[in-house]
Design a protein around this ligand. Structure first.
Ligand code: FES
Length: 168
Protein backbone atom coordinates (compact mmCIF):
# COMPACT_ATOMS: atom_id res chain seq x y z
CA UNK A 1 0.00 0.00 0.00
CA UNK A 2 1.51 3.40 -0.89
CA UNK A 3 2.65 5.51 2.04
CA UNK A 4 0.03 8.19 1.74
CA UNK A 5 -2.78 5.63 1.64
CA UNK A 6 -1.30 3.82 4.62
CA UNK A 7 -1.14 7.10 6.53
CA UNK A 8 -4.65 8.16 5.54
CA UNK A 9 -6.05 4.81 6.60
CA UNK A 10 -4.66 5.37 10.08
CA UNK A 11 -6.18 8.82 10.50
CA UNK A 12 -9.14 8.68 12.84
CA UNK A 13 -10.73 11.93 13.89
CA UNK A 14 -8.32 14.79 14.46
CA UNK A 15 -5.10 14.65 12.54
CA UNK A 16 -1.96 16.72 12.51
CA UNK A 17 -0.71 18.54 9.43
CA UNK A 18 2.89 19.02 8.52
CA UNK A 19 4.84 19.58 5.36
CA UNK A 20 7.72 17.29 4.55
CA UNK A 21 9.96 18.09 1.62
CA UNK A 22 7.32 20.42 0.23
CA UNK A 23 4.45 17.90 0.40
CA UNK A 24 1.60 18.11 2.93
CA UNK A 25 1.04 15.11 5.20
CA UNK A 26 -1.71 14.28 7.65
CA UNK A 27 -0.53 12.40 10.71
CA UNK A 28 -2.72 10.70 13.35
CA UNK A 29 -2.93 12.80 16.49
CA UNK A 30 -1.95 9.67 18.43
CA UNK A 31 1.52 10.07 16.93
CA UNK A 32 1.98 13.60 18.32
CA UNK A 33 4.60 12.65 20.91
CA UNK A 34 6.43 10.17 18.71
CA UNK A 35 9.97 11.28 17.80
CA UNK A 36 9.92 12.87 14.36
CA UNK A 37 12.68 10.54 13.13
CA UNK A 38 10.31 7.57 13.44
CA UNK A 39 7.60 9.28 11.42
CA UNK A 40 10.09 10.18 8.71
CA UNK A 41 11.70 6.76 8.47
CA UNK A 42 8.86 4.38 9.27
CA UNK A 43 5.75 6.11 7.96
CA UNK A 44 7.09 8.29 5.19
CA UNK A 45 9.93 5.91 4.26
CA UNK A 46 12.43 8.77 4.14
CA UNK A 47 15.24 6.55 5.32
CA UNK A 48 18.04 8.96 4.43
CA UNK A 49 17.66 10.36 7.94
CA UNK A 50 19.48 7.98 10.26
CA UNK A 51 18.71 7.07 13.86
CA UNK A 52 21.98 6.82 15.75
CA UNK A 53 22.20 7.47 19.48
CA UNK A 54 18.58 8.52 19.92
CA UNK A 55 19.77 10.94 22.62
CA UNK A 56 20.65 14.08 20.69
CA UNK A 57 24.36 13.39 20.88
CA UNK A 58 25.50 12.17 17.44
CA UNK A 59 23.73 14.38 14.89
CA UNK A 60 22.86 11.61 12.44
CA UNK A 61 19.13 12.35 12.68
CA UNK A 62 19.45 16.06 11.83
CA UNK A 63 16.73 17.54 9.62
CA UNK A 64 15.58 21.09 9.02
CA UNK A 65 12.48 22.48 10.70
CA UNK A 66 11.50 25.73 9.00
CA UNK A 67 15.12 25.90 7.84
CA UNK A 68 16.69 25.35 11.26
CA UNK A 69 18.66 22.17 11.98
CA UNK A 70 17.08 20.03 14.69
CA UNK A 71 17.66 16.59 16.16
CA UNK A 72 14.68 14.61 14.96
CA UNK A 73 15.27 11.93 17.61
CA UNK A 74 14.48 14.48 20.34
CA UNK A 75 11.78 16.42 18.48
CA UNK A 76 8.21 15.16 18.84
CA UNK A 77 5.99 15.15 15.78
CA UNK A 78 3.82 17.77 17.52
CA UNK A 79 6.69 20.29 17.30
CA UNK A 80 6.59 20.04 13.51
CA UNK A 81 2.85 20.61 13.15
CA UNK A 82 2.16 23.48 10.78
CA UNK A 83 5.85 23.67 9.93
CA UNK A 84 8.05 22.60 7.10
CA UNK A 85 10.44 19.68 7.50
CA UNK A 86 13.30 19.15 5.09
CA UNK A 87 15.21 15.90 5.01
CA UNK A 88 18.26 14.91 3.00
CA UNK A 89 15.87 13.70 0.28
CA UNK A 90 14.35 17.18 0.06
CA UNK A 91 17.62 19.05 -0.35
CA UNK A 92 18.32 17.86 -3.85
CA UNK A 93 18.08 14.90 -6.20
CA UNK A 94 20.62 12.71 -7.98
CA UNK A 95 19.97 14.79 -11.10
CA UNK A 96 20.06 18.12 -9.28
CA UNK A 97 22.01 17.74 -6.04
CA UNK A 98 22.27 20.53 -3.50
CA UNK A 99 25.75 22.15 -3.72
CA UNK A 100 26.69 20.48 -0.42
CA UNK A 101 25.60 17.09 -1.73
CA UNK A 102 27.58 17.65 -4.93
CA UNK A 103 30.66 18.71 -2.95
CA UNK A 104 30.42 15.66 -0.66
CA UNK A 105 30.46 13.48 -3.79
CA UNK A 106 33.39 15.36 -5.32
CA UNK A 107 35.41 15.16 -2.11
CA UNK A 108 34.25 11.59 -1.41
CA UNK A 109 33.38 12.79 2.06
CA UNK A 110 31.20 9.82 2.97
CA UNK A 111 32.76 6.63 4.23
CA UNK A 112 30.22 4.30 5.87
CA UNK A 113 27.74 7.12 5.27
CA UNK A 114 25.74 6.76 8.47
CA UNK A 115 26.50 10.30 9.67
CA UNK A 116 26.52 11.86 6.21
CA UNK A 117 22.90 12.93 5.86
CA UNK A 118 23.00 14.79 9.17
CA UNK A 119 26.23 16.53 8.24
CA UNK A 120 24.95 17.51 4.80
CA UNK A 121 21.70 18.90 6.21
CA UNK A 122 23.57 20.83 8.94
CA UNK A 123 26.02 22.21 6.34
CA UNK A 124 23.20 23.26 4.03
CA UNK A 125 21.67 25.22 6.91
CA UNK A 126 25.03 26.83 7.62
CA UNK A 127 25.44 27.95 4.01
CA UNK A 128 21.88 29.25 3.94
CA UNK A 129 22.67 31.68 6.77
CA UNK A 130 26.32 32.30 5.87
CA UNK A 131 27.30 31.77 2.25
CA UNK A 132 31.02 32.21 2.96
CA UNK A 133 31.82 30.51 6.28
CA UNK A 134 35.41 30.23 7.36
CA UNK A 135 36.95 26.93 8.39
CA UNK A 136 36.32 27.65 12.08
CA UNK A 137 32.67 28.39 11.42
CA UNK A 138 32.26 25.12 9.53
CA UNK A 139 33.95 23.25 12.38
CA UNK A 140 31.66 24.95 14.90
CA UNK A 141 28.53 24.12 12.91
CA UNK A 142 29.51 20.46 12.62
CA UNK A 143 30.84 20.15 16.16
CA UNK A 144 27.92 18.01 17.33
CA UNK A 145 28.18 15.53 14.47
CA UNK A 146 30.07 12.35 15.24
CA UNK A 147 31.86 10.26 12.61
CA UNK A 148 33.59 7.05 13.64
CA UNK A 149 35.15 6.59 10.18
CA UNK A 150 37.28 9.71 10.53
CA UNK A 151 36.00 11.48 7.44
CA UNK A 152 36.28 14.90 9.10
CA UNK A 153 38.95 16.42 6.83
CA UNK A 154 37.06 15.46 3.70
CA UNK A 155 33.82 16.76 5.18
CA UNK A 156 35.42 20.13 5.94
CA UNK A 157 36.84 20.31 2.41
CA UNK A 158 33.43 19.48 0.98
CA UNK A 159 31.62 22.21 2.90
CA UNK A 160 34.22 24.79 1.95
CA UNK A 161 34.03 23.59 -1.67
CA UNK A 162 30.25 24.04 -1.59
CA UNK A 163 30.75 27.61 -0.36
CA UNK A 164 33.23 28.35 -3.12
CA UNK A 165 36.08 28.72 -0.65
CA UNK A 166 39.49 27.18 -1.01
CA UNK A 167 39.77 23.77 0.56
CA UNK A 168 42.12 23.24 3.56
FE1 FES B 1 19.56 11.97 17.07
FE2 FES B 1 21.94 10.81 17.58
S1 FES B 1 20.14 9.94 16.69
S2 FES B 1 21.39 12.91 17.75
Amino acid sequence: MPNRLKLNARVKGKSLSLIVNGKPHQVPSADAEMPLVHLLRNDLELTGTKLGCGKGECGSCTVLLDGQPIRSCLTPVSAAVGKSVTTIEGLGSPAQPHPVQAAFITEQAAQCGYCTAGMVVESAALLARNTQPGLDEVKEALDGHLCRCGSHQRVLRAVLRASGREQP
